[in-house]
Design a protein around this ligand. Structure first.
Ligand code: GEK
Length: 241
């Protein structure tokens, strides 16, 4: 696994963060060292997929990056007539995702789509995963995507939504942000790396509050929702149609 040193040296100018070749190449290391609980979330996506799978259905991984969640989903699908659709709008990510998926044998057919998840069709879905990707959409597109997902799910189908979030009170938010920064330091990121990455993400990743997520899910029509994972300012939710 290649180590992430992208922000290790002082940069004259910090460009907005992009999911390009440089990022895709170090992505497994970057995501492990940046998102607390990433492995637990991936494993649980597999478990939830096994639990909520339905026959003759589609399974979506939106913003699939290198396909880690797609692989966890595919490994756990035993229902007949299942199809997995993994979508990302980064060519660098999707090319590597294809290689990862090809490295494992499976009976479940996979379609890889180089597309913007704001404009794809979602239909006949048993499970939709959007693991740390909604936060990269401009806020005005988030309701529409969640509504599209809701409409595309079969009755009893589920959405697994993981996000970084902003806590409601400033004091709690400061605490969770500090705990997350300590997590990154403990994983070997320097103060320079942390601050340059923060600047790069400033314009491209705007997290919502938990209340905004919960309200959006409810307004879309989900009858059940639960926060099944939280570590610092990172969470994962399950919403059932
Ligand atoms: C994982 N889910 O390992 N359309 C399609 N893809 C997009 C869009 C968009 N509009 N915007 C961003 N992406 C993965 C991790 S990473 C999260 C997801 C992170 C893609 C982008 O190219 C990238 O691959 C992914 O969403 C976000 O479980 O890096 O923090």
């Amino acid at each position: 696994m290649q180590k992430d040193h992208i922000y290790a040296e002082p940069l004259a100018q910090i460009q907005d963060f992009r999911f390009d070749d440089q990022v895709a190449e170090v992505f497994p290391d970057m995501i492990q060292r940046s998102i607390p609980g990433y492995q637990t979330i991936i494993q649980t996506i597999g478990k939830l997929t096994a639990r909520y799978q339905q026959a003759d259905s589609n399974f979506y991984d939106l913003g699939c990056s290198l396909g880690t969640a797609s692989l966890a989903m595919r490994r756990n699908i035993s229902a007949a007539g299942a199809r997995l659709i993994a979508v990302d709008n980064s060519k660098a990510m999707l090319e590597r995702c294809e290689r990862h998926l090809l490295a494992f044998r499976s009976e479940v057919p996979v379609s890889l789509e180089l597309a913007d998840i704001r404009y794809i069709a979602i239909e006949n879905a048993a499970v939709v995963v959007i693991n740390f990707t909604l936060q990269f959409l401009a806020p005005e597109h988030r309701d529409t995507l969640i509504n599209t997902i809701y409409r595309g799910l079969k009755p009893g189908g589920v959405l697994i939504l993981s996000e970084k979030f902003v806590a409601h009170s400033t004091a709690t938010n400061d605490l969770l942000v500090d705990l997350h920064l300590d997590f990154k330091r403990a994983n070997g990121y320097s103060e320079l790396e942390i601050s340059q990455k923060r600047s790069a993400l400033e314009n491209v990743m705007k997290p919502d509050t938990l209340a905004q997520h919960q309200q959006r899910l409810q307004q879309a029509g989900f009858v059940e929702q639960s926060l099944w994972f939280q570590c610092f300012n990172f969470c994962s939710m399950l919403a059932i149609k």
